[in-house]
Write a protein that binds this ligand. Structure first.
Ligand SMILES: Nc1ncnc2c1ncn2[C@@H]1O[C@H](COP(=O)(O)OP(=O)(O)O)[C@@H](O)[C@H]1O
Ligand SMILES: [Mg+2]
Length: 250
C-alpha cells in the first residue's frame, strides 16, 4: 500500500524512451498496471508495442525513463534477474522443445530444474510432478502430458509455452500476439485460459484481434508512434475518433 492507502500498481512505467539511431520507437511512455489486471495494448504496426515488452523484460535497454515492478527498477536489471523477479514473457513464436513431451517441457521450466541437462538427471520430486499436473490442467493439456510436443496443434503449442511461463509463477505475464494463427475455437479457448491464469497476477497482452481483445481486456491502451494515444475501456477506445483514424478505421 502507498502512503495514501491506495494499492500501488504492480508495474509503473514513467517517461520511458528508447531511441534507435535517433528514432524514438518508444517516446516518453507512461503506463500503469494493477494487480489482477488484464491489459491489452493495441496500435498500428510499428507503434512500439513489442519494443515496450522488450524494454520491460530487459531485452532492450531504455535510453531514459523508469520501469518500476513491485518497487524494483527493471531498467537496471539483467534479463535473467528480471525473470527471477517475477516477469514472464511469451514471444510470438513458441520456443518449446518439440522432441520432448508436454510433461518434460513443463518440468524443465520448473525453477529448480530449468536447464536441459539439469532436467535429464533431475529426480522428479512429488512437488514438481504436482506442479506440472496443476499447470497442465490450467492450460488445457492435462490429457496430453505424455504426448511429444511436435504432435500438438499450433494452439496447443502456444498454450504449452504459456504453461512453461506459469511454472515459474510470474506476477506479471506478458504475451505478444498470442492468438495469431489460431483457429476461432482456439482463440475462444485462449481467452478462457487467460481469464483463468490472470487470477492473482497481472497480464499484459499485445493483440490485433478485436473480438479477442474485447473478451479479455479490463482496459485497453492504444499506442501510436511510441506514445499512448488513448486508454480506457474497450468501448471508450473504440469510439475515440483519434483511435479510429490511426488504427481501427483501417
Ligand atoms: N532493435 C531495433 N533497432 C532498430 N529499430 C527497431 C528495433 N526494434 C524495433 N525497431 C523499430 O521500432 C519501431 C517499433 O517497432 P515494434 O515495437 O516492433 O512495433 P510493433 O510491435 O508495435 O509493431 C519500428 O519502426 C521498428 O522498425
Ligand atoms: Mg510487434
Amino acid at each position: 500500500m502507498s502512503p495514501t492507502g491506495f494499492p500501488k500498481p504492480v508495474l509503473a512505467i514513467e517517461g520511458l524512451t528508447v531511441s534507435f539511431d535517433g528514432f524514438k520507437a518508444v517516446n516518453d511512455l507512461n503506463l500503469y498496471l494493477d494487480r489482477n489486471e488484464v491489459r491489452v495494448v493495441i496500435g498500428p504496426n510499428g507503434a512500439g508495442k513489442t519494443t515496450v515488452l522488450d524494454l520491460i523484460c530487459g531485452k532492450t535497454r531504455a535510453t531514459s525513463g523508469s520501469i518500476q515492478f513491485e518497487g524494483r527498477e527493471l531498467t537496471r536489471m539483467r534479463e535473467y534477474d528480471i525473470v527471477r523477479a517475477g516477469v514472464g514473457r511469451k514471444f510470438q513464436n513458441p520456443s518449446i522443445y518439440e522432441n520432448l513431451t508436454v510433461f518434460e517441457n513443463l518440468e524443465m521450466s520448473y525453477p529448480k530444474g530449468r536447464k536441459v541437462f539439469g532436467a535429464l538427471f533431475f529426480k522428479r520430486s512429488a512437488e514438481v510432478v504436482e506442479r506440472v499436473g496443476q499447470v497442465a490442467g490450467e492450460i488445457g493439456l492435462g490429457e496430453f502430458l505424455h504426448q511429444q510436443a511436435d504432435l500438438l496443434s499450433h494452439g496447443q503449442k502456444q498454450w504449452l509455452e504459456i504453461g512453461m511461463l506459469l511454472m515459474q509463477d510470474p506476477a506479471l505475464l506478458m504475451l505478444d500476439e498470442p492468438v495469431a494463427g489460431m483457429s476461432v475455437s482456439e482463440r475462444v479457448q485462449t481467452a478462457e485460459l487467460l481469464k483463468r491464469i490472470s487470477q492473482g497476477r497481472s497480464v499484459l497482452v499485445i493483440e490485433h484481434d478485436m473480438e479477442f481483445v474485447k473478451s479479455i481486456a479490463h482496459k485497453v491502451t492504444v499506442l501510436h508512434q511510441g506514445r499512448v494515444l488513448a486508454e480506457g475501456s474497450m468501448e471508450a477506445v473504440q469510439s475515440n475518433p483519434k483511435v479510429v483514424e490511426v488504427y481501427l478505421g483501417h
